[in-house]
Unconditional design. Structure first.
Length: 174
């Protein structure tokens, strides 16, 4: 129970800190900032607990007492943090599916003609924001009017292709 309680408390603290930072100033690199906030929160807690233990503060009933409990808290915290950061990236830019269903929904009971739907979803809506995100996140760079992949982008592509391969999802886009 102590693992769940401390893990959840730390996640809530990191989330609140995330909200505070976003209210003060929206960072340029959201994913990196979220990682710093969440892992920094956990690191700060570990240092605080270690500091208290070195000065002999008695906390036995309220804090983990064994190394295995700290490891379990770390595993729980990391798992939820990975999921949160992954889900957060979905909210940064509207997904194509969300945009399509939103357009159809706005038409309500009259429906939306196929050609009107296609016309409302051009490259400026679907492609350009994603390209800008890749450049912002340093996955690609624009040099002399040409996009080039960076080493960070190559690592991401190789990771995704590897995942696709082990999941036997070799076909693209379908």
């Amino acid at each position: 129970m102590i693992v769940l309680a401390w893990g959840t408390f730390l996640l809530l603290a990191a989330f609140i800190f995330h909200l505070i930072v976003w209210r003060i100033r929206l960072p340029q690199k959201h994913t990196r900032t979220l990682a710093i906030i969440f892992y920094g929160t956990f690191l700060a807690w570990c240092l605080l607990v270690w500091g208290w233990s070195t000065i002999g503060v008695a906390w036995e009933p309220y804090f983990p007492s064994r190394l295995s409990e700290y490891v379990h808290i770390l595993l729980y915290y990391c798992a939820v943090t990975f999921v949160y950061i992954g889900v957060y990236t979905l909210f940064e830019v509207d997904s194509p599916s969300l945009l399509i269903i939103d357009r159809i929904s706005e038409a309500e009971t009259e429906g939306l003609a196929q050609d009107k739907l296609y016309d409302s979803l051009g490259d400026n809506i679907l492609v350009v924001p994603r390209i800008n995100d890749l450049v912002r996140d340093e996955m690609a760079v624009l040099e002399n009017g040409k996009y080039k992949i960076t080493s960070k982008g190559t690592i991401m592509v190789q990771t995704l292709l590897f995942h696709r391969k082990i999941m036997k999802a070799d076909h693209k886009g379908g």
